[in-house]
Design a protein around this ligand. Structure first.
Ligand code: ATP
Ligand code: MG
Length: 567
């Protein structure tokens, strides 16, 4: 997508989403006594990714906008896959995005007692039964969307037998997988989720919060809707795959509710990105197999990865605003995300000089030992950011590719006989260079400067076609720069039937450059500080950065290079 198209897309963005319209209408009609209460319900089995940010921005955002509340609820119904490490990271990431759940940090496991009682109640009312068959057999009996299912031979057990078995399941008398509790609904329902769904299973793993108290655990579908109900959630906003679960949630709430109140579930499309995998299972695999350095590797679509890469919460929110909420599944173009971060960083980052692949230039007519301070604007988009001084001296570094021995016609950078301006300083002319005869590489370039062309001085009107960034050799700080690019080189790496997504890992997704030269003002930069390296892109200080070995991560280049290369 070109920058032009992106701009157009920004202009045609609808002002409010269909979900917001529903909420506004409910409030207008005075439903739920004018309350709005949402929740964000992550399963603590991985780090949050940018898809979760879409759900977070909606649920927290709507509550914020309409004076409501949003709960954080960990859907911790599966002790086998969950971990406290994930809980901490999830909280950190939501705060980083700028949202807060105040004291409303809940856990589905808070409701295990209530859910167990409710299941017992369903048994007593003849609406649930224990099935002794394996999950495979139960699944085979489910039928297909066009063929009704087969009733289980255990479906007509007596209430007392069911009660007894359920208690014994929870006492640990049976092996995992040997018995389940199922809701007794309708094996002929056109909705497969209504065909006597499993609501409880035996798991003998200790739970991170309830320890060994329970041997039976509610299925997600049995915990989710009721948890919303217990918390008084008015609008339960979730992704489209839950649309088909809604009749089951409603059926369960019907058995539970005593008044008019019920949570209203509204579904929206998931966020998917080109050149990215988003499933937590796959992200975990990338971490475990060492394809990335961890959940916060700057190439990961996780919020901690994006943060380390240099994304701001504002840029992520802006992107989510741009794509909006609809009922249609789609893959969003990752260049739109990159566009959003560029726009944001353009406004907020100071411009600095950094030379990634240094080539020494000696200005032969500049006095040895002389140092001048030249003044540079910190951010042309924002006058209040002021100026800074950087030192200029006889020996400087420029980028290797800003010099060519035999340039093509329209090469306006440095070449024998060519003149360029050193940004903020003088015009220089190239008179010669030193070449390593063995390797053919250029080792030094010799130039002369025109003393009356210093920027801001009377002679500075002289025009030349090229302007280069540079750093004074004597004053430069050595730095490591990590050039990150997209992790996959296929638009839809996870969507290729015959190919594993790992076959599309981009071998060039990380290039580490050492011995880069950065201007001295960067010596005091701290982790997560963000800069525009002029002419190169946006960069962010890494957590591993130290004074002795500064490390910068490239967030994004100044322009979208992928659209040119790959289309
Ligand atoms: P899984 O079920 O595979 O563990 P999940 O991505 O559904 O993964 P949850 O922790 O259950 O993970 O997600 C919490 C909430 O975030 C859910 O309400 C879900 O709808 C929402 N969510 C998850 N992924 C996306 C996505 N890609 N786009 C938008 N919302 C998402
Ligand atoms: Mg889920």
């Amino acid at each position: 997508m070109s920058e032009e198209n992106l701009k157009e897309k920004e202009e045609i963005k609808p002002s409010i989403s269909f979900i917001e319209q529903f909420i506004a209408d409910d409030l207008k009609e005075g439903k739920n006594s004018g309350r709005i209460h949402t929740r964000f319900p992550p399963e603590p089995n991985g780090y949050l990714h940018i898809g979760h940010a879409k759900a977070i921005c909606l649920s927290f955002g709507m509550a914020q906008k309409y004076g409501g509340k949003c709960n954080l609820r960990f859907d911790d119904t599966n002790p086998v896959k969950e971990d406290v490490e994930y809980i901490d990271s999830i909280k950190e990431d939501i705060h980083w995005l700028g949202f807060d759940w105040e004291n409303r940090e809940f856990y589905a496991s808070d409701y295990f007692g209530k859910l167990y009682d409710f299941a017992t109640d369903l048994i007593k009312r003849g609406l649930a039964y224990v099935d002794d068959q394996t999950a495979e057999i139960i699944s085979a009996q489910k039928g297909t969307p066009t063929q009704p299912g087969t009733e289980s031979p255990f479906r007509e057990r007596t209430v007392s037998e069911n009660l007894d078995l359920f208690v014994r399941m929870n006492n640990g008398e049976f092996e995992e997988g040997s018995h389940v509790l199922r809701a007794k609904i309708d094996m002929t329902s056109p909705n497969m989720h209504m065909r006597d769904p499993i609501i409880y299973r035996i798991i003998k793993t200790s739970h991170h919060r309830t320890g060994n108290k329970w041997m039976v655990y509610p299925m997600y579908d049995f915990a989710h809707g009721q948890s919303d109900y217990f918390e008084g959630i008015t609008h339960s906003l979730c992704t489209l795959e839950f649309e088909v679960h809604r009749p089951l949630y409603n059926w369960l709430i019907d058995q539970l509710k005593t008044g008019d109140y019920r949570p209203r579930q509204i579904e929206f499309n998931r966020l998917n990105l080109t050149y990215t995998v988003m499933s937590k299972r796959k992200l975990l695999q990338l971490v475990q197999e060492g394809s990335v350095s961890g959940w916060d590797d700057p190439r990961m679509p996780t919020l901690c990865g994006l943060r380390r890469r240099g994304y701001t919460p504002e840029s992520i929110k802006k992107f989510i605003d741009l794509i909006g909420y609809t009922k249609v599944e789609a893959i969003n173009d990752v260049s739109l995300l990159e566009h959003a971060v560029r726009e944001d960083l353009n406004l907020r980052t100071p411009r600095v000089f950094a030379v990634l692949n240094p080539l020494k230039v000696i200005i032969t007519n500049y006095p040895e030992g002389k140092v001048e301070e030249v003044e540079l604007i910190n951010n042309p988009e924002d006058e209040t950011k002021g100026t800074r001084n950087i030192p200029f001296s006889r020996e400087i570094f420029i980028e290797q590719d800003d010099f060519m021995e035999n340039p093509p016609k329209k090469f306006f950078r440095l070449a024998p006989g060519n003149e360029v301006r050193l940004k903020g300083a003088y015009i220089i002319k190239c008179d010669g260079f030193k070449k390593n005869e063995k390797t053919g590489s250029i080792e030094e370039v010799y130039c002369t400067y025109e003393p009356d062309t210093r920027s801001g001085e009377p002679g500075s009107e002289k025009k030349v076609k090229g302007t280069l960034h540079w750093v004074s050799a004597k004053h430069a700080i050595n730095a490591e720069v990590r050039l990150y690019d997209r992790l996959f080189n296929h638009e839809d790496p996870a969507g290729q039937k015959d190919d594993d997504y790992r076959n599309f890992l981009n071998p060039g997704s990380l290039k580490v450059l050492r011995g880069c030269k950065i201007e001295p003002s960067l010596g005091s930069a701290k982790p997560l500080d963000k800069f525009q390296f002029q002419r190169l892109g946006y960069f962010c200080v890494d957590y591993e950065s130290t004074r002795e070995n500064p490390v910068f991560n490239r967030t994004v280049q100044l322009k979208d290079t992928w659209s040119k290369i790959n289309k």
